[in-house]
Write a protein that binds this ligand. Sequence first.
Ligand SMILES: Cc1cc2nc3c(=O)[nH]c(=O)nc-3n(C[C@H](O)[C@H](O)[C@H](O)COP(=O)(O)OP(=O)(O)OC[C@H]3O[C@@H](n4cnc5c(N)ncnc54)[C@H](O)[C@@H]3O)c2cc1C
Ligand SMILES: NC(=O)c1ccc[n+]([C@@H]2O[C@H](COP(=O)([O-])OP(=O)(O)OC[C@H]3O[C@@H](n4cnc5c(N)ncnc54)[C@H](O)[C@@H]3O)[C@@H](O)[C@H]2O)c1
Length: 472
Amino acid sequence: MQRLKTDLLVIGAGSGGLSVAAGAAQMGADVVLLERGEMGGDCLNYGCVPSKALIASAGRAHGMAGAGPFGVASVAPQVDYAAAQAHVAETISRIAPMDSQERFEGFGVRVIREHGRFISKTEVQAGEHVVTARRIVVAAGSSPFVPPIPGLSEVPFLTNETLWQLRERPAHLLVIGGGPIGLEMAQAHRRLGCEVTVIEAERALGREDPELAAIVLEDLRAEGVTILEETQAAAVRGRDGALEVETVGGRVLRGTHLLVAVGRRANLDGLDLEKAGIDTTRSGIAVDEGLRTSNRRVYAIGDIAGGAQFTHVAGYHAGLVVRNALFGLPVRVKPQILPRATYTAPELAQVGLTEAEARAKYGDRLEVVRFPYQHNDRAIALRQTTGLLKVMVVKGRPVGASIAGAQAGELIGTWALALSAGLRMSDLAGMVVPYPTIGELNKRVAGTYFSPRLFENETVKRIVRLVQRWLP
Ligand SMILES: Cc1cc2nc3c(=O)[nH]c(=O)nc-3n(C[C@H](O)[C@H](O)[C@H](O)COP(=O)(O)OP(=O)(O)OC[C@H]3O[C@@H](n4cnc5c(N)ncnc54)[C@H](O)[C@@H]3O)c2cc1C
Ligand SMILES: NC(=O)c1ccc[n+]([C@@H]2O[C@H](COP(=O)([O-])OP(=O)(O)OC[C@H]3O[C@@H](n4cnc5c(N)ncnc54)[C@H](O)[C@@H]3O)[C@@H](O)[C@H]2O)c1
């Protein structure tokens, strides 16, 4: 057994753990990083990166099939699914050096490729090593939740961990779960030429503003994705290439492949958290608003901390923990400034409160301003006029923004800045944005907040008339 002492021990080399390790080591701390699987974690190997790469292939195919209105002959795309998956693999391998063991060792991080488990409040065992650390960061992430649906364990099914190994195109992909994973992959596969049926127990994209989710779902359905809502999968049977999902209502859906995307489960197993006095909740490790666990020397960040599960959230957590662990500065997570985006086409993005949440919190003080994509010149040129921006405003300041439409994931960044910097609607309305861009939508929706105040206001009109009389 080899004993090591360090300032900071990080468990998990995914989005959160890598950011902590890189930041802390480059600022002079002695850092040990444990990783039992692939460097880069879920996002690089099984999540964000492969899914967005496959979505890019699907977008190309869709563009070819829909080129006619632009004056370019539409063609039925000849999809080579294995080649699309090769594009996915190449994308991962092009990004992988950023997350590699070599790069992190270059920062001075000691990387140990072992599973870590607590053996006391300050010690973690990893293979032949026992690491004692002043501070420990648990960034062990999450895994696909596999629900206890009768028959599921007896049939071959895919998750976000295995989908990328598939080389033959599914003739008919059944997807259980209509959340972001289910719908991003459903649309991508439909565009790559598969039949796709999504089976969703409640409402698809159920966490999102229903008005905006409906815009996305309508387009997916128009592309031929079958989305069954309020339809719970009750049993699964069959074999490779011939699978059946029976719903609670007794309906039987048949397909060739099955993707299970019903949420995530925190990777708590095998960490022996009780040996370190670390409490858990149903969704992960219990943390306070500064991401500290019930063991004050240990932090939990990213997916395992049980909150919003996104790479940028894990990165944000990492920045807070580095500040607190290295400099002792007080930190506090601000959930209201964390954006999210679902990369269907059209995209769906949110930051801060949805309309319903804002209404519940602010009642009559809430004003909701709206602007449709159909009045954006660039969207018209691109034939991407399906979409809507909604901004929730209280006393001249945005408290939330919801966007469905092309590039919603890009547009939401401006509102994330507005919320984190406490900007006013006048700041957004006053910015100058290049014409013609989709980004103009952000300025226009802010302008909509002021239009009735300026254009339907008798006092303004009287002042203008008065000033005009006196001007030379
Ligand atoms: C299909 C899919 C698409 C997604 N798309 C997006 C997206 O577009 N945008 C976005 O922001 N987010 C997306 N996400 C979510 C994003 O991937 C996660 O939120 C992010 O990876 C969480 O980072 P993390 O550091 O908490 O965990 P992870 O990245 O999962 O890293 C945890 C690491 O810890 C390791 N580990 C676990 N236990 C131990 C142990 N005991 N000892 C040693 N090592 C251990 C694991 O092997 C893993 O490498 C997607 C997720 C999925 C599944
Ligand atoms: N673009 C992105 O940023 C992105 C993309 C993919 C995933 N993610 C992250 O990964 C997380 C997990 O995504 P997800 O889509 O797996 O989970 P989710 O929890 O968002 O959605 C799962 C859906 O499955 C449904 N469901 C559960 N059991 C069912 C059953 N028996 N039959 C039918 N439907 C059932 C639920 O009602 C829910 O709508 C997301 O919340 C997000 O944090 C992010």
